[in-house]
Design a protein around this ligand. Structure first.
Ligand code: NAD
Ligand code: IPM
Ligand code: MN
Length: 356
């Protein structure tokens, strides 16, 4: 029986609250299917800074590099916002991503029927939304050098090399091929040289290797409005690090809350799974954070470990939970974090022969 080592990094704010629910579904999945998991907790972010004087202790880094998969809740918060450079919580997250090497951050956005009316957007617009944002995660302006701040002038550099664009484009085209066969590449090629290279490399890869997939290019400003006006036109949205960060939070308006959106970072040695939301300081400790994004990230983790049936069961549990009206406050309901998790567990395995 396989036994997977999973490094769990709950982090700060609502991170530990939603991580607890993700852990419960991973443990239940292992119990219902033929595998074992060993979940080990490691500090990261502000909690680590308070205890170990660094937001990314070496022990955490080593444990992640030795694991089969890494799960992260969320990190950062007002208490640590004055920190700069490598003492910033967010810098720890970027170092972790770089260390694990997952250059492709997959952020699926689906609007289940039960959430069509939770969206702030008209239901006829959000219905049938089923898109995948493929965000480049280990390059672009987040990592480009030079970067500086003299307190008089500050700068960052948006850089992409041909090979960085080629590898993310190939990964995204392959995913589009397995989905609806449509890829939209988002850039700012009307202004930025880095986007001009991005666009020409994506076009080249398309012509040479993926001409069966339909390719469209959009400027980021137009992509933002199209995402709101007619999200169902999209299948795979491929974009760089910064544009992907912004578009994915914006996409949170489609199901009604970014609390329900998961992510998986692929392409490196070890996968990293994290909800797209942050530490939500405004609701920490209240007990009603939406654990949906964390739980769905856990399903992506299970899929990547090859436990796709287990992943499908948990996804079913989430869909049934929403269908039966167990909905957290961010989506207009009254369920607590734990009630949501309980409901997912109650429904997840209901169709397994052993549960009948
Ligand atoms: P945020 O995502 O934490 O919160 C934005 C809004 O969404 C808030 O109103 C919050 O209450 C709500 N929200 C987010 N997740 C929710 C959930 N699961 N359930 C219900 N409501 C939810 O973004 P922010 O306020 O801009 O950032 C707070 C801190 O988190 C910052 O320090 C930021 O750098 C950090 N952050 C971390 C990550 C991460 O760890 N992956 C991601 C984004 C932001
Ligand atoms: C995200 C977050 C991070 C990012 C921050 C916290 C570094 O916003 O995962 O979307 O910008 O990538
Ligand atoms: Mn973000």
């Amino acid at each position: 029986m396989p036994c997977y080592q999973i490094a769990i990094l709950p982090g700060d704010g609502i991170g530990p609250e939603v991580t607890r629910e993700a852990e419960r579904v991973i443990l239940a999945a292992a119990q219902n299917f033929d595998f074992e998991v060993n979940l080990e907790h490691w500090p990261i972010g502000g909690t680590a800074l308070d205890q170990f004087d660094t937001p990314f202790p070496d022990t955490t880094r080593d444990a992640c590099l030795a694991a089969d998969a890494v799960f992260l809740g969320a990190l950062g918060g007002p208490k640590w916002d004055h920190e700069t450079g490598s003492r910033r919580c967010e810098a720890a997250l970027l170092s972790l991503r770089k260390a694990l090497g997952g250059f492709a951050n997959l952020r699926p956005v689906i609007v289940p029927h039960s959430l069509v009316n939770s969206s702030p957007l008209r239901s006829d617009r959000v219905i049938d939304t089923d898109l995948l944002i493929v965000r480049e995660l280990t390059g672009g302006i987040y990592f480009g050098i030079p970067r500086s701040n003299t307190q008089e002038i500050a700068s960052n550099t948006m850089t992409y090399s041909r090979s960085e664009i080629e590898r993310i484009a190939r990964l995204a085209f392959n995913l589009a091929r397995q989905r609806k066969g449509h890829l939209t590449s988002v850039d700012k090629a009307n202004v930025l040289e880095v986007s001009q290279l991005w666009r020409s490399v994506v076009t080249e890869i398309h012509q040479l290797e993926f001409s069966d997939v339909e390719l469209e290019h959009l400027y980021i400003d137009n992509a933002a409005i199209q995402l709101i006006l007619r999200p169902s036109q999209f299948d795979v949205l491929l974009t760089g690090n910064l544009f992907g960060d912004i578009l994915s939070d914006l996409a949170g308006t489609l199901p009604g809350s970014l609390g329900i959106l998961p992510s998986a970072s692929m392409g490196g040695k070890i996968g990293l799974f994290e909800p797209i939301h942050g530490s939500a300081p405004d609701i920490v400790g209240k007990g009603y954070a939406n654990p949906g994004g964390a739980i769905l990230s856990a399903t992506m983790l299970l899929d990547t470990l090859g436990q796709t049936e287990a992943g499908a069961c948990i996804k079913h549990g989430v869909v049934r939970t929403l269908d039966t009206g167990v909905i957290t406050r961010d989506l207009g309901g009254t369920a607590s974090t734990t009630e949501f998790g309980n409901s997912v567990l109650r429904h997840a395995f209901e169709f397994l022969p052993s549960a009948v």
